[in-house]
Ligand binder design. Sequence first.
Ligand SMILES: *Cc1c(COP(=O)(O)O)cnc(C)c1O
Length: 343
Amino acid sequence: MKREKLQNINWDKLTFSITPARSMYIAHCELNGKWEEGKLIPYGDISLSPAAGVLNYGQGIFEGMKAYRSAKDRIVLFRPEKNAIRASTSAERVCIPKVPKEMFIDAIVKVVKDNIDYVPPRGKGSLYIRPVIWGTGPVLGVAPAPSYTFLIYVSPVGPYFKSGVKCLNLRITNQFHRAAPKGTGGHKVIGNYAASLFPQKLAKKTGFDEAIYLNASNEKFIEEVGSANLFAIKDKVLMTPSLDGSILPGVTRDSALMIARELLHMEVREKSIPIKDFLKADEVFCSGTAVVVTPVGKITTHNQSTKINNNKMGPITQKIREILLGIQREERDDPFDWIYPLT
Ligand SMILES: *Cc1c(COP(=O)(O)O)cnc(C)c1O
């Protein structure tokens, strides 16, 4: 592997923000055409038509994944084929030509390998990978863009919590919905995230870490956080909202369910979770690539606050977190073949 020597970056100071890397991957496609072979170009600004579909009508999707150094002293990805498949289904929902799974993974491998010296040392964080697929050709009327760009950029990022895991303090919102039934909530479509900025800002301004969204049709059931899935544990049963179209199918969500079912031999239920049951849970946690598995310690609805497990990480949450991190870091066996080594 070339470029063994690490970049001169202050690895201890990394946060979840952009640190420019060496290169990015780019490929193009015409509407109804095939993706041409992509290439690496220097990381930097790109030029777009002001009439680009992505800029005018939000015709774009994204993914989020990471590469990091494991205990076996190699650089690995975690379940990249899940991201490849999700990128495809997200793309289809907004009329973007699908990127074949092999091309998607091959592109990730190419860009990570070319930026290998930007992968932080073990324990200092990871190389965050951001694939995007955009309608970049010009359109005036509301219609699919005539051409598309698949781009992957990377950035070294620090660990999500600098000083150990902390319990999240969340607020259930009755003021906003994240996803409509039969809308785009089940896909990583960029427009969903613009709509979550204001609710997130309001939650933060009033002292909460994030907002919890309810189902849009009657606001009786919990759905998820702006960028993480939610779980509740009651009497040793693990529950999470089922994938009925308004829940984002998280890779971490799927991994937590498999760990609970197959390794902890727990009963696992994907079902609608009424607010009142949620507030009576023994443990609550959220899951996502960035937060991994993070406990929720306090939930506020209207003006009523409920502490979960006395605002501490519960034993089952801790177990699932430990096993997931253990597999990801290659500190324990990988019984599901989730690790995808690059070096
Ligand atoms: C990306 C995302 C998640 C988490 O998915 P992972 O694949 O686990 O990172 C959860 N909810 C929303 C809305 C998301 O966009």
